[in-house]
Design a protein around this ligand. Structure first.
Ligand SMILES: Cc1cc2nc3c(=O)[nH]c(=O)nc-3n(C[C@H](O)[C@H](O)[C@H](O)COP(=O)(O)OP(=O)(O)OC[C@H]3O[C@@H](n4cnc5c(N)ncnc54)[C@H](O)[C@@H]3O)c2cc1C
Length: 312
């Protein structure tokens, strides 16, 4: 298998990179450890900022137009601490589901004859001298691909980055787990509520985040610390006691959400939600070994919500 460029990872960063490379006239082979994603609804909302929208427009104006049409305009970010709004920050962004924009990028890439896809190909090793990558397939067999250029878009736990740390002398990287995890609640909101602006995102201090999704559901996520938080935040059991304490907690930190957005079902579903963890990534260089380029979350990942990120 040979192409001008190999891209590892078919998330938003890898797909956008493949599109730009093909646009510049080169061939690209994209590898992902997962099967081709079919479901675009099972992800989380992200905010496409002006840099992200500009990049999408340069890649494919039709995708940027779809994002604007389908996504929700975000005009303000409110920072709320213990039920008091401490800052109102004007912002420009499009709130969109991460997998929705990925699916448009994927459809466009699949229609481009310069781009080929290899799903269920998990990168296992790199030969830095021969410039080859070896992948493991679901049946346990291996496949090797060769290229002069490698784009690492394999996410915040990037295998490419870890291999570079081991084998590239002057490259170093930090990948520190977030000191918390996230648990999500989704709710349609109290019918007819007008108290909570739909074009505003809310950072609940260090407690969580609230925003409206393009589906019309509100997404409320809470930060939890599995080692040290109280049981009502870390448990998987929707007991009466846990539910009562969870409601009191939301009343204390986000009364607007408790009064206008959350219903009984949403609180209950909190206990079905596995906690979700992330990593903060910093690299000493974005082009280790000269022929590799780290992009997206493989190159730089932050804690939500700090108003920065590699998107798209
Ligand atoms: C609640 C929440 C909100 C967020 N909001 C924002 C936001 O507003 N703005 C923002 O910029 N970011 C946001 N993020 C972060 C966001 O998830 C990332 O920015 C984005 O997904 C990074 O895209 P990526 O393509 O770099 O990596 P990923 O989306 O992680 O894709 C990596 C791909 O690489 C594949 N892969 C991994 N390892 C291998 C391997 N060994 N071999 C082959 N394939 C492999 C994976 O299967 C995956 O498809 C948010 C995250 C969360 C949890």
């Amino acid at each position: 298998m040979q192409a001008d460029y190999l891209v590892i990872g078919a998330g938003p960063a890898g797909l956008a990179a493949a599109g730009f490379i093909a646009k510049a006239g080169s061939t690209v082979a994209v590898f992902d450890g997962r099967a081709r994603p079919e479901n675009v609804s099972g992800s989380y909302p992200v905010v496409l900022n002006d840099k992200g929208l500009f990049a999408l427009k340069r890649l494919d104006p039709a995708i940027a137009a779809k994002a604007k049409e389908t996504g929700l305009s975000v005009q303000q970010l409110h920072v709320i601490s213990d039920n008091t709004t401490v800052r109102k920050i004007p912002m420009f962004g499009i709130c969109i589901m991460r997998d929705q924009v990925s699916s448009w990028l994927l459809e466009a890439a699949e229609a481009d004859e310069k781009i080929s896809f290899f799903w269920e190909h998990k990168l296992e090793s790199i030969d830095f001298q021969a410039r080859t990558c070896t992948f493991e397939l679901p049946d346990g067999s291996q496949k090797t691909a060769v290229s002069q250029r490698l784009v690492a878009a394999d996410g915040n736990r990037s295998k490419v980055r870890r291999l570079c740390q081991e084998h590239v002398a002057d490259f170093s990287a930090d990948a520190d787990p977030w000191p918390f995890q996230l648990r999500f609640m989704n709710s349609r909101g109290v019918p007819g509520q007008t108290e909570v602006n739909t074009d505003t995102h809310f950072v609940l201090g260090d407690k969580g985040y609230v925003c409206l999704k393009p589906s019309g559901e509100w997404s409320i996520y809470l930060r939890v610390q599995p080692e040290s938080d109280e049981e009502f935040l870390t448990s998987m059991e929707a007991t009466d006691d846990n539910l009562q304490k969870l409601k009191e907690y939301v009343q204390t930190h986000a009364k607007f959400a408790a009064d206008n957005l959350l219903d009984e079902e949403a609180y209950r579903k909190f206990y079905d939600c596995e906690a979700f963890g992330g990593v903060v990534v910093k690299c000493s260089s974005l082009s280790p070994a000269g022929w590799i380029c780290l992009i997206g979350a493989a190159a730089h990942a932050v804690q939500p919500a700090l108003l920065e990120g590699p998107w798209p």
